[in-house]
Write a protein that binds this ligand. Structure first.
Ligand SMILES: Cc1cc2nc3c(=O)[nH]c(=O)nc-3n(C[C@H](O)[C@H](O)[C@H](O)COP(=O)(O)OP(=O)(O)OC[C@H]3O[C@@H](n4cnc5c(N)ncnc54)[C@H](O)[C@@H]3O)c2cc1C
Length: 459
């Protein structure tokens, strides 16, 4: 952080992390004379391929770790504001509950999550947060009753009827609208502007260069490019883009009405989940280890120091980085896995064609903790990324935390979780071939899948 308030802040990425940061900055008098430029490569905003944009995202305080649960509850206070100006207004937030299930042998995450959410419900003493709405499900029958699904899988689990979901695309549109209004002339939002590389002068980040070679200088650059972040700077194994799969089927008006108020159901053993439908579309998705899409990126783009004279041995000139591939349909193995989950949950709908499928990209970190910190090597470069498939619910509160971190005022517990981890810290989470899978305890399914390999198996 420069000693003085930056006069120009550049934010790369108009997803949740970038927009929330900008909203927080414009709310703080200290930044009244700071201009803010937000760049996004997407031609349209909200970006339909960004991970912050989708039919829905789960909003839950159901975390095994209490600091995330506590922050999620704080965010939920905002989600529950249903006034038109509030985060949850105009249908952006719904609260029909969340049911987590697991097979008999897999209960560690469930148990800790249940304990933490229960004890927080008691501690918080919020009238809306009813401990009686959080309870264990000890049999398949109890799961059926709580979820409303007849054929739901899992041997045990718990229900939290204080949790809900948000219409993600509408929330990004809401944040953009607020930013345009609250930021006025100070904020410039540029869509269709792809950053080709960050700019450096010695060890100082000085802004970014666009694909058309336009240079945008800034006193502080915030990298909030979601799953694309590791392709703009070498994060040295601290973030990885992993492709997660989802599919939609059409449902009738009657089905929409009957399923609308059911809770989200997630089976922690296979990662499959179903969120209540919207506009006659039912989404089935998998929260897993995901696919990597490896692309060779010139090392000098990722490690700017190397551009300043250091000689790069030829064999190290490129680095394999997993980069989001968007606009492609999901591989056969995912089509089959999602179909199997439909057969379990809603067998009478299981044969319906997918009207749309999508690979949506998580920016995973080895532990599932966000990466919100100053870059340890380059001055004036701040990292706000690593959402790890669970960042969305924090939209209303993450911006203030990011700005606290920029100002080195973030509460120590969160600063510790979101730090640049040392190589020693990361070592236990690495597989021999490097960091290939987030080990936050919530993932299921196969590890180590490569998108190209799975695509090649297409029938
Ligand atoms: C399938 C799926 C399901 C999820 N489910 C949940 C859930 O239920 N609950 C929950 O809390 N969280 C969930 N998440 C996680 C949550 O959505 C993300 O953590 C969050 O949206 C990340 O926001 P972001 O701003 O980091 O990334 P993004 O929203 O992807 O924004 C990054 C932006 O950066 C832009 N960008 C990238 N590269 C460049 C460049 N070179 N130049 C300019 N712009 C660039 C992109 O165009 C993009 O718009 C889910 C994520 C996915 C993918």
């Amino acid at each position: 952080m420069p000693d003085t308030i930056p006069q120009h802040i550049l934010i790369i990425g108009a997803g949740e992390f970038g927009l929330a940061t900008a909203l927080s900055l414009v709310s703080k008098p200290a930044y009244n004379s700071t201009s803010i430029t937000i760049l996004d490569s997407s031609a349209t905003l909200p970006n339909p391929s960004g991970s912050s944009v989708d039919a829905n995202r789960i909003v839950r305080a159901d975390y095994a770790y209490k600091h995330y649960a506590r922050l999620a509850l704080e965010a939920q206070e905002h989600w529950r504001d249903q006034s038109p100006e509030g985060w949850g207004g105009e249908g952006r937030y719904h609260e029909p509950g969340f049911v987590l299930t697991a097979d008999a042998h897999r209960d560690e995450y469930l148990k800790s999550s249940l304990e933490s959410v229960r004890s927080l419900a008691q501690e918080c003493n919020q009238s809306w947060l009813d401990p009686a709405k959080v309870y264990a499900l000890t049999s398949r029958d109890e799961i059926r009753k709580a979820s409303g699904y007849q054929d739901v899988s899992g041997d045990h689990g718990y229900a939290n009827f204080n949790s809900g979901w948000a219409n993600a695309e509408a929330c990004v549109a809401y944040a953009l609208k607020r930013l345009r209004k609250e930021g006025g002339d100070r904020v410039t939002i540029r869509s269709g502007t792809k950053v080709a590389r960050l700019l450096f002068s010695s060890d100082q980040c000085t802004g970014a260069e666009l694909a058309d070679e336009e240079q945008i200088k800034a006193d502080l650059t915030i990298l909030a490019a979601g799953a694309w972040s590791p392709s703009l700077i070498d994060l040295q194994g601290r973030c990885l883009a992993t492709g997660q799969t989802l599919a939609f089927i059409d449902i009738t008006d009657e089905e929409q009405a009957s399923m609308r108020d059911r809770p989200t159901v997630m089976n922690m053993s296979n990662g499959m989940f179903i969120i209540p439908p919207r506009e006659n579309l039912l989404k089935i998705a998998r929260h897993g280890y995901g696919y990597r899409n490896l692309v060779k990126i010139p090392k000098r783009n990722l490690q700017p120091g190397l551009a300043n004279g250091e000689i790069i041995p030829e064999r190290y000139e490129y680095r394999d980085v997993s980069v989001p591939r968007v606009g492609v349909s999901i591989p056969q193995e995912a089509q089959d896995a999602l179909r199997d989950a439909l057969k379990e949950l809603v067998p009478h709908m299981a044969d319906r064609p997918y009207v749309r499928t999508r690979i949506c990209w998580y920016c995973d970190t080895p532990s599932g903790d966000f990466l919100i910190t100053h870059h340890p090597q380059y001055k004036s470069l701040f990292l706000a990324t690593g959402g790890s498939g669970n960042g969305f619910k924090f939209f209303p509160v993450i911006g203030d935390r990011i700005v606290d971190a920029i100002e080195n005022k973030l509460e120590p517990k969160l600063a510790h979780e979101w730090r640049w981890r040392s190589d020693e810290d990361l070592q236990p989470l690495y597989q021999p071939e490097g960091f290939t899978a987030c080990e936050d305890g919530s993932r299921a399914g196969r590890k180590g899948m490569l998108l190209d390999e799975e695509m090649a198996k297409q029938s």
